[in-house]
Design a protein around this ligand. Structure first.
Ligand SMILES: [Zn+2]
Length: 368
């Protein structure tokens, strides 16, 4: 077992696995096995209002039927609120997070006042109203400051420096077995090098760059494109972004392999990792499975649960989406064959030669 590789599959129990989620599960399992690493399953039930009772067990059973089982006990986000609160407290103590009293109406009014009212994916870009204080109002939510943290860092230090104020958080992370990635110490499992690269000369420091092993170079200006995002909601639920970052750090995740529909969260998660002094994993976002209507399969648009009467058939569909060949033997043998194929596809060492997954591979959606 390679102790320097730990991947995870992290489904939300809002519905059963469908053909699209099996692609992400299979890819993350193959990447872990291809690198002799560990593969963990985590149930992302942090948003308890959306989870269905008994669904986590159904998902774990679906995975088991496909021959995919967690190497360590499954953890549940719904049992980890104390850890998320601890992380939020640390961010508030270092002024990287702040309470917000705004209602959606307040935010709309402020944005109209600024001449900006176009929502991004239906989300309003928060204008930073409560950065200076609550004006005597009650806190509704807690947000991350996306401006000061990045802009206070000289560009060359973005990937290697921690603000001194975060040393306690870093110590906590280290105590839990986290080691911070740096150019010198990053686990060198991917032939593609460290997960993120510093901003190029002439680009604003706030533009966050990272490398996706499938999609190639990525960038996002979080402060301008997303704004100060929510860490804890008005209803007391911790936000997905915070829970994922804390869990990945606590579990020592080195590699995140997930569907491209989640790629847009990556920049926010990297910002949070830096704010908390947690290491940044490598990222690989897999192609989406499109339905007959050309839209991606998702629980929201009514994707059918996986039909696992023939697990090999379901696995073959997922494998084809990943560019792997169809296997006709049985599920166990197919998985073994795909591990070898994945090494070639992902540019991982097979025997002696090393190939790289071409960057132009990215962006292509495969319809299975
Ligand atoms: Zn506010």
């Amino acid at each position: 077992m390679n102790p320097a590789y730990r991947g995870r599959f992290a489904p939300s129990p809002t519905g059963a696995l469908h053909a699209g989620s099996l692609v992400a599960a299979l890819a993350s399992w193959l990447d872990a096995r291809a690198q002799h690493g560990q593969w963990l399953v985590r149930i992302e039930d942090v948003d308890t209002t959306r989870c269905l009772p008994g669904m986590a067990q159904i998902i774990l059973q679906q995975l088991a039927t496909c021959g995919l089982a967690s190497d360590l006990p499954v953890i549940y986000q719904s049992q980890r609120s104390a850890r998320y609160q601890q992380a939020l407290d640390a961010l508030v103590a270092t002024s990287l997070a702040y309470p917000c009293a705004c209602t959606r109406k307040n935010i709309e009014t402020a944005l109209q006042h600024n001449g900006q009212h176009k929502p991004r994916h239906g989300e309003l870009i928060y204008p930073g109203t409560c950065r200076a204080g609550l004006r005597g109002q009650a806190a509704h939510a807690w947000r991350l400051r996306t401006d000061i943290y990045v802009e206070n860092q000289p560009p060359a230090l973005i990937d290697s420096a921690l603000p001194a104020t975060n040393s306690k958080v870093l110590d906590d992370a280290r105590a839990k077995g986290c080691t911070r990635h740096s150019a010198a110490h990053a686990p060198n499992l991917s032939p593609l090098g460290p997960p993120t690269s510093p901003a190029s000369p002439g680009q604003p420091a706030a533009l966050l760059h990272w490398h996706d092993r499938w999609l190639g170079p990525q960038q996002q200006h979080v402060a301008a494109e997303v704004g100060d995002f929510i860490l804890k909601r008005a209803d007391g639920c911790f936000a997905y972004q915070l829970a994922v970052v804390v869990d990945d750090a606590d579990q020592g995740i080195t590699d995140v392999v997930r569907g491209t529909d989640l790629a847009d969260n990556t920049a926010r998660q990297i910002l949070l990792q830096r704010a908390l002094g947690c290491p940044t994993p490598r990222y690989l976002h897999t192609p989406l499975v499109l339905g007959a209507n050309g839209e991606k399969l998702s629980k929201q648009n009514g994707a059918q649960p996986l039909d696992l009467t023939d697990p090999l058939r379901a696995l073959n569909l997922a494998a084809r989406t990943l560019g792997l060949s169809t296997c006709t033997s049985n599920a166990a043998m197919a998985l073994q064959q795909w591990v070898t194929q994945w090494r070639t596809l992902a540019g991982l060492p097979t025997t002696r030669q090393t190939n790289k997954m071409p960057a132009h591979h990215g962006g292509r959606l495969v319809n299975s």
